[in-house]
Design a protein around this ligand. Structure first.
Ligand code: PMP
Length: 425
């Protein structure tokens, strides 16, 4: 796979340097779990465009729905009129959302959706501050960048940051090197209680915002009891609980949403990425009691809830809601995890942990040189497998499309093993 080490293509110099990328591949087309370059090379895609193409590239049902919508109406601006695909989508979303979430606002990107969630929380509670978690990633706009602490690369040089954001310690980082580990959930809630006494009083805190599975922060699933602990904390102090499911949502974890692994319903659920298989659509799900008071016109956007994107989302949900779809995702996750666990058993001195639900798998190395995860990304790429690093420790995320076959999982593991053996030589 020559593309893995190719020079940047002509034209790259006209694209701003602020956009980093892990390769100089020039992609031409995609199909299922595979991406093809303009040079005709073929790559197994275990990055899914960062958790977006959950049904694989160019799923035929989505292609068909988009084609049909293309011939009818592209742009039906939300502040002007309703359109069919959005009305239909609200019906489908209500069916798959955690209990009680029956009101939807659509926007275009995950960052915008997080912003919309914070705006709603502030408006509904009449309180200004939000608590976020260490290691969280919520976007690149001013407010969401200010809420992001997965890495300083997203923030450095771009201050001053938005006010009203308080960062709670996350047990994964705070206790990462503590030998005797306390109960993480209890510890985290104690820290939240301390924050209300030291930094932002309950009377001025609107919400707690959490990624149920930390994404850019390192693929960290919630400690047992953490979501319930935060839910109870929010209820005790009259705060809203916002779950940012932009990366963990739409089947990634083997359930429709990561919160579905517990009995916890957030007050606001933020979604994007997987909802429309790659068409730009995002939004928030909340309760009518919260959204009803928002002044008309205070939410929206030119492309918010674009008709083609909504049509793509409807087809995406149809596929995901089919019988046994999620069971298969969970089973495929087990299969992939087992393969990676076998590798860990073979190389325990370099692979520390394989973690995460469903097909949202993180693999953390230890006792390796700094930059090892990046080196592994390159070594996998050179062998035809695309995957991404994550977090500040040496960690990879392994996120194939949810429709990945057993054989493709095995092919991925085999490439991974080769790459690992080359990197530790
Ligand atoms: N929240 C989470 C959890 C994310 O993973 C991301 C994107 N990686 C965002 C928000 C921001 O989404 P977008 O890039 O669409 O603005």
């Amino acid at each position: 796979h020559q593309g893995a080490t190719a020079e940047a293509p002509a034209g790259a110099e006209r694209i701003g340097a602020g956009i980093g990328r892990i390769s100089n591949l020039v992609l031409d087309r995609g199909e299922g779990s595979w991406l093809y370059t303009t040079d005709g090379e073929k790559y197994l895609d275990f990055s899914t465009g960062i958790g977006v193409t959950n049904l694989g590239h160019c799923h035929p049902r989505v292609t068909e729905a988009v084609r049909e919508q293309l011939g009818k109406l592209w742009h039906a601006q939300v502040n002007i009129a309703f359109h069919g695909p959005m009305l239909e989508l609200t019906k489908k979303l209500e069916k798959v959302m955690p209990k009680g979430l029956d009101s939807f606002l659509f926007v275009t990107t995950g960052s915008e959706a997080v912003e919309a969630a914070v705006k709603l929380a502030r408006h509904a509670t009449k309180k200004p501050n939000v608590i976020v978690f260490q290691g969280g990633y919520h976007g690149r706009t001013l407010l969401t960048m200010s809420m992001t602490s997965s890495g300083t690369k997203y923030r450095a040089g771009y201050g001053p940051h938005a006010s009203g954001v308080f960062v709670a310690p996350h047990p994964f980082f705070a206790l990462h090197s503590v030998p005797s580990q306390p109960d993480h959930a209890q510890w985290a809630v104690e820290q939240l209680e301390i924050m209300l006494q030291q930094q932002t009083a309950a009377s001025e805190t609107a919400a707690v915002v959490l990624e149920p599975v930390l994404g850019e922060g390192g693929y960290v699933p919630p400690a047992p009891g953490l979501l319930q602990g935060i839910r109870d904390f929010c209820d005790r102090h009259n705060l809203l609980f916002i779950a940012d499911e932009v990366q963990s949502g739409f089947g990634r974890t083997g359930r429709m949403f990561a919160v579905d692994h517990s009995n916890v319903s957030p007050d606001i659920l933020v979604f994007a990425k997987g909802v429309a298989s790659g068409f730009p659509l995002a939004g928030i799900a909340s309760r009518r009691a919260l959204t009803a008071a928002q002044p008309p016109g205070s939410q929206g956007g030119t492309y918010a809830g674009n008709a083609i994107a909504c049509a793509a989302a409807n087809a995406t949900l149809d596929v995901m809601m089919a019988p046994n779809f999620m069971e298969t995702v969970a089973a495929r996750g087990e299969h992939l995890r087992k393969g990676l666990e076998d590798l860990r058993a073979r190389y325990p001195e370099v692979i520390q942990e394989v973690r995460g639900p469903g097909l949202m798998i993180g693999l953390e190395f230890h006792q390796v040189p700094k930059g090892f995860a990046q080196q592994m990304v390159k070594a996998c790429l050179a062998r035809g497998l695309i995957l991404l690093p994550t977090g500040i420790f040496e960690t990879l995320r392994i996120i194939p499309p949810l429709i990945v076959s057993k054989e493709e999982c095995d092919a991925g593991i085999s490439i991974f093993k080769d790459a690992l053996e080359a990197c530790i030589k």
